[in-house]
Design a protein around this ligand. Structure first.
Ligand code: NAD
Length: 517
């Protein structure tokens, strides 16, 4: 199959007035389409449910973005049944044909890019550039996994003994349940789903209840791309209502999950229990939370380090699993870096992200607002709040000002637990050794960074920094598909490395066939 080599989707240039105009037009168009209803889609059929999920704009919760179906066990059962039936034919479809559907989905998403950006602004609370980076990532996943399937379709080379042929290749696995978070509602949902599908599996796709409308838009793209009915079954619903059912059901062959540690561990536990008649051990691909640290030593470029701490801590209002929520500063540079971080964080503009000048939008929901507010209260007793105000009335939007706590004890709750909001804990370390020890001392292990010009320090961190993605002398967020395969150690997940060469095989069964001649 002739294809252009893989390249990351370029980001939009917002200094170009045409892009600004297109974005404004998309905001107006999508703005006029708010409030619509989206049913579940099972085997191509639109399915209404008794209840509904009402999705609101986090910048103004009185505005309804849309209403979606709210699946119960009845619809979950129908979706699993349909996916089981569809697996018979889809698993036999040629890998090239499956890949072409992803390539077409990428082209459609590219054509509908501004529309997706606008949904991200309204439902996800994303500033323009963040929305753009995320939709670009969604396109990248589609392009990348299509090429990965073509690379793997005939298996991989192995050795053989004389007189025999040995083949090692991959086969589709079965029905997958794809469960996604709200913080990257386009990219992660499209990424997890496309990998499962291109590998020849059929899926039940459950978006987050907070971003179900974007989930419906992602489902639309696959449908428009010509994916046969029943291969992707769109099942919006509350995790607490259908999650356990989907995970425990014996028809489920694997679960592809991205979300919190708590939910990930529950899924892992439930999936491990064999139910009667189940003929396999369910596979769980889980990407969970983080408490990611940036270590700055005394040789670092302090200006650049501080700028990257700010970018990594407050991008997406801190709602990235990769966000820098701890800055661990060598005692000799502590004051200087902290002053620069405060200056940078103060310059950020918090507000409603339909304005292009806004750099920090709201947090996603009332529950998230309460959680982050709670941690800010806790933080006041655990460190010194150097920046940030008490959160206001959530009815006026779920806004939390960028917050910095100084002199935080490494074992404090705000230094150990994932807050998932615009809150940074700054920790003082005696020396590099101490800094690395502190960085590694949480149950998580997703991303991490070191700013240093000291070769020994960098080499040591290369080996000893316990995180799946470690970055030197740069920010620690925004992993690029195909360039920075992403996934964590420890309680951050199964190290699945989305957007990397080991990702697709986790969605397939590897088979060895040997023939003696
Ligand atoms: P969450 O765990 O609350 O929800 C994630 C998904 O799980 C949602 O679709 C939810 O409906 C579903 N769910 C809830 N209970 C369930 C159950 N019992 N069974 C099955 N599914 C259930 O997480 P969230 O708040 O949506 O997302 C934020 C979290 O995701 C953060 O912890 C963040 O670090 C993590 N995250 C990790 C990565 C990564 O790649 N490691 C990427 C993005 C987000």
């Amino acid at each position: 199959m002739g294809l252009m080599p893989y390249e990351n989707e370029p980001y939009l240039d917002w200094s170009d007035g045409t892009n600004v105009e297109k974005m404004r037009a998309a905001l107006a168009e999508v703005g006029a389409a708010l409030g619509r209803s989206y049913p579940a889609i099972i085997g191509g059929e639109r399915v209404e449910t008794d209840g509904e999920i009402v999705s609101v704009n986090p910048s103004d919760p009185s505005r309804v973005v849309g209403r979606t179906a709210r699946a119960t066990e009845r619809e979950a059962d129908a979706a699993l049944e349909t996916a089981t039936r569809a697996f018979e034919s889809w698993s036999r479809a040629a890998p090239e044909a499956r890949a072409r559907i992803l390539l077409r989905a990428a082209a459609i998403m590219r054509r509908r890019k501004f529309e997706f950006l606008a949904w991200e602004v309204y439902e996800g609370g994303k500033p323009w550039a963040e929305a753009d980076a995320q939709v670009a990532e969604g396109i990248d996943f589609l392009e990348y996994y299509a090429r990965e399937m073509l690379r793997l379709k005939d298996g991989v080379e192995i050795y053989a003994v004389p007189g025999e042929e040995s083949r090692y290749f991959y086969q589709p696995m079965g029905v997958g349940v794809v469960i996604a978070p709200w913080n990257f509602p386009t990219a992660i949902l499209a990424g997890m789903s496309s990998a499962a599908i291109v590998a020849g599996n059929t899926i039940v796709m459950k978006p987050s209840e907070f971003t179900s409308v974007i989930g419906a838009k992602v489902a639309e793209v696959f449908e428009e791309a010509g994916l046969p009915e029943g291969v992707l079954n769109f099942l919006p619903g509350y995790g607490s209502e259908v999650g356990d059912y989907l995970v425990s059901d014996p028809r489920t062959r694997f679960v592809s999950f991205t979300g919190s540690m708590k939910t990930g561990l529950r899924i892992n536990e439930l999936a491990a229990r064999r139910t009667e008649d189940q003929r396999w051990i369910k596979r769980v691909i889980a990407e969970m939370g983080g408490k990611d640290a940036m270590v700055i030593d005394d040789s670092a470029d302090l200006e650049s380090a501080a700028a990257d701490i700010v970018k990594s801590a407050y991008g997406n209002a801190g709602q990235k699993c990769s966000a820098a929520s701890r800055a661990i500063l060598h005692a000799d540079v502590y004051d200087e870096v902290l002053a620069k971080v405060l200056e940078g964080a103060q310059a950020l503009k918090l507000g409603v992200p339909d304005d292009p000048g806004v750099s920090v939008g709201p947090v996603i929901s009332d529950a998230q607002f309460e959680k982050v507010s709670g941690y800010i209260e806790t933080g006041k007793g655990e460190g010194e709040r150097l920046l940030g105000e008490d959160p206001g009335d959530p009815k006026a939007g779920y806004f939390v000002t960028p917050t910095v706590f100084g002199e935080v004890d490494p074992r404090a709750r705000i230094a150990q637990e994932e807050i998932f909001g615009p809150v940074l804990s700054v920790i003082k370390a005696r020396d590099f050794e101490d800094a690395l020890r502190i960085a590694n001392d949480t149950p998580y292990g997703l991303t991490g960074g070191v700013y240093s010009k000291n070769r020994d320090h960098l080499e040591r961190a290369r080996r000893e920094f316990r995180a799946g993605n470690v970055y030197f002398n740069r920010g620690i967020t925004g992993a690029l598909v195909g360039v920075q395969p992403f996934g964590g150690f420890g309680l951050s997940g199964t190290d699945s490395k989305a957007g990397g060469p080991d990702y697709l095989p986790q969605h397939m069964l590897a088979k060895t066939v040997v023939e003696r001649f």
